[in-house]
Design a protein around this ligand. Sequence first.
Ligand code: 9J3
Length: 299
Amino acid sequence: MPPGSLPLRRFGHALVVAIVATAIAAYGIAAANPSYAATNPFERGPAPTLASIQATTGPFAVSTTTVASSATGGRFGGGTIYFPTDTSQGTFGAIAIVPGFTERQSSISWLGPRLASQGFVIFTIDTNSTGDNPTSRATQLLAALDYLTQTSSVRAEVDASRLGVSGHSMGGGGTLEASVSRPSLKAAVPMAPWDANVKNFSNDSVPTLIVAAQNDTIAPVKQHALVFYNSIPTTQPKMYLELAGASHTATNHANTTQAQYEISWLKRFIDNDTRYTQFLCPTPSTSSTISSINNTCPF
Ligand code: 9J3
């Protein structure tokens, strides 16, 4: 027997002992806690149903806290954080949402309680100026996420590795631009996106749900939403949801069609929660509220 074999064999024994010990420990945790699943640590809330994703309020109670514009160092215009009060399940994924040209938080505020009550931290923001362009809105969205995870009073409740962005109109253009700037984002939801400078998002790798409005005369889909959607590679998870008969500001007010697909999208890609895949794949059909719908299932 070569001289080196004994230490090697000893090391091998130690490794086996370690593996067995780890397996016993893992089994012990699983046996002691029936909710411990070797599946998805980011899953939050009960198994979804069509009724639960269409409901105006989800299973989590929500509180709010405001961020003054004076607290941001000029990086964005302040905002409102909507957060689940139950922290017993661990941290939550989070998204920042920015309004459009001339708009303020009131244009997006319905999404705060709607999405947070499903188990996300939602930061609706104002811009420094209501005239800021999409590129500036992108920078402000990312600054808001940094504020949320590093400085805000709820930072301990936010999982900084599971973040997303959303916005309306110029804020939707900003959402797409922010995705290109920060590919580590897990999801993006541009709403009636408008962007005159950037039309090609072939370098966007963030799973993106574009919510478009069929009768949008301010950001016509053939010059904006559809162009952006088609420019994202078909190898990426992406989805195009066009609200039937809707105008540019359709997403400024609560609507069930947007909510059910947006909740499913955020759950699937921010929480990696495949319990929601059933609402996204196979690609849903058009309906009385959906004039066009497309995506890159499976996911
Ligand atoms: O943010 C938006 O609603 C886009 C509106 C728009 O057409 O801006 C033109 C300057």
